[in-house]
Design a binder for this molecule. Structure first.
Ligand code: ATP
Length: 489
């Protein structure tokens, strides 16, 4: 990271904390590594992002329905899905610092360094070597690559490495009161399996016809070997996943459609298109016949935010085999039974939160010849802003607070509104800018006489005088979900 991007990243983390968006979990006990809590504004923003996803998937598509499956599942689920045997990361320890790393990430960091030093050929060659080693599950080769490229531990600076070993990422626990008759269960590492095991339940009770989708938002848990970069890589996180069931042979058509649809969804939030790119997977997961990531240009480089995977019939077939229950669909159009193919879109809510934060956090210089001035603004799309408007009486007396409370009492039935009477008005505006509130409504002495207030727009900072009666529709027009959703159809 250059100094500038490093500073920007630090700003994101500190701004998120200072304004109640994200806190380190159990901070009073010095935190728990890679676990975070969302504060009063963070949980509002997160809820709004979930709503945007849910509406665009479930509400806009007649053939997609949503479910909410349990985190615990029968342990055989994870045998069938391949996670017990195959959900591993290659890890390596440095014997001097005693620190553990993901071998592939150490190599990827080296590739980034080659790129930055203008050694593109070397970077491309190393990428190829890494892909080959990963595809072949060749752990010894990964170690040789690390040694050959003189990759050292960032802490100790030495090359005193252990062998590369596989490390399973699933958390497990015991179900049942007695440790010795208890059954080992896993905390789900992805939400997808909750959808697959309910495929027939939903298809039958919802009378769903292929092609159709099942969507779900929920927590997932992975014991990441190394956790870093704030809410980018967490041990407890949230996923928003769609499994879209299609007729075999049509999966690439749907894969391409979803690939396009999902990028459009990100861009509708007003994000800079240059910050996004597709990245095709060189190493396909055991279940996939095509896979692409939507990557965002974070301060620490392009990284995956969402994955679109053509999962074939792998999961349903496996569950059919392990459960001995038929996972077939009868397709009346072609008069045939088959196990559907699946196209998945899987987005991490926390990573999405981070992209939205990085995209919206702006430091604006407002200096004039007379005086120096600046402000920090979170330019969220109004539909996802945690607070939609702030009601601000100009002074704390002369009946202005009462009038402001009256306005607030009406608006709060529709929108999340804040009331603030402390400090000078300019300072209050800045506080609202810093949390991304699209509107500030100022009540002054004149308001008592003419029932008009001043409304200030966050981005342009323009102010206009409007009738109190019109406030609800003015706010509604900009913060409505319609603004986002119409861009998707
Ligand atoms: P990575 O390669 O970055 O570990 P992945 O390929 O394992 O990610 P998937 O299994 O495809 O990720 O999971 C789908 C989505 O879930 C990812 O695009 C990401 O947004 C999110 N996700 C996965 N792991 C984490 C994590 N540890 N913390 C936060 N989000 C995560």
């Amino acid at each position: 990271m250059s100094k500038q991007t490093d500073d920007f990243f630090k700003n994101i983390v500190s701004h998120a904390k200072e304004y109640g968006f994200v806190f380190q979990s159990s901070e009073i006990y010095d935190g728990l590594s890679a676990v975070y809590d969302y504060g009063q504004l963070g949980s509002e923003l997160k809820n709004n992002l979930k709503t945007y996803w849910w509406k665009s998937m479930v509400q806009l598509n007649e053939n997609i329905v949503g479910i909410d499956a349990a985190i615990f599942m029968h342990p055989t689920t994870w045998k069938a899905s391949g996670h017990v045997d195959g959900f591993n990361d290659p890890m390596i320890d440095n014997k001097d610092s005693k620190k553990r790393y993901r071998a592939d990430q150490l190599i990827e960091d080296k590739i980034d360094r080659y790129e930055k030093d203008g050694k593109s050929d070397k970077a491309a060659q190393l990428q190829q070597d890494l892909d080959n080693a990963l595809n072949a599950d060749d752990l010894a080769r990964l170690k040789t690559i690390i040694e050959d490229h003189n990759i050292v531990c960032p802490i100790s600076g030495t090359k005193n490495w252990t062998d590369v070993r596989q490390f399973n990422l699933m958390f497990d626990t015991q179900m049942g009161a007695m440790a010795d008759g208890a059954e080992k269960v896993y905390l789900r590492p992805e939400t997808a399996q909750g959808i697959f095991v309910n495929f027939l339940n939903v298809q039958k009770t919802g009378r769903m016809k292929i092609p159709f989708g099942i969507a779900q938002i929920g927590k997932a848990f992975r014991n990441e070997v190394i956790a870093r970069q704030f809410i980018m890589r967490m041990r407890e996180f949230e996923q928003m996943e769609l499994q879209f069931f299609v007729r075999p042979g049509t999966e690439m058509e749907w894969y391409n459609k979803w690939k396009e649809t999902r990028l459009k969804w990100h861009l509708a939030l007003g994000s800079n298109p240059e910050k996004y790119r597709y990245h095709d997977h060189a190493k396909l997961a055991h279940y996939a016949n095509a896979a692409v990531d939507i990557e965002y240009d974070f301060p620490f480089g392009f990284k995956e935010v969402e994955g679109i995977h053509s999962r074939t019939d792998f999961d349903l077939k496996q569950h059919q085999e392990y459960s001995k229950k038929k996972m077939q669909y009868f397709d009346p159009e072609i008069n045939q039974n088959y196990i559907p193919y699946v196209v998945e879109t899987s987005i991490g809510l926390d990573r999405l939160f981070l992209t939205v934060f990085a995209n919206s956090l702006v430091h604006e210089d407002l200096s004039t010849e007379e005086k120096q001035d600046s402000r920090v603004v979170l330019k969220f799309h109004p539909a996802i802003a945690p607070v939609k408007a702030a009601v601000l009486p100009l002074t704390k007396k002369d009946g202005l607070p009462e009038k402001a409370r009256e306005i607030m009492a009406k608006l709060k039935l529709d929108y999340n509104i804040q009331y603030d009477e402390k400090d000078a008005i300019g300072k209050r505006y800045r506080r609202q800018d810093a949390i991304g509130t699209p509107y500030c409504i100022t009540v002054d002495h004149q308001s008592l006489e003419d029932n008009m207030v001043t409304i200030r727009h966050r981005d342009s900072m323009e102010q206009e005088r409007v009738a109190i009666d019109q406030l609800s529709s003015i706010i509604g027009e900009r913060v409505s979900w319609t603004n986002l959703l119409t861009q998707l159809i």
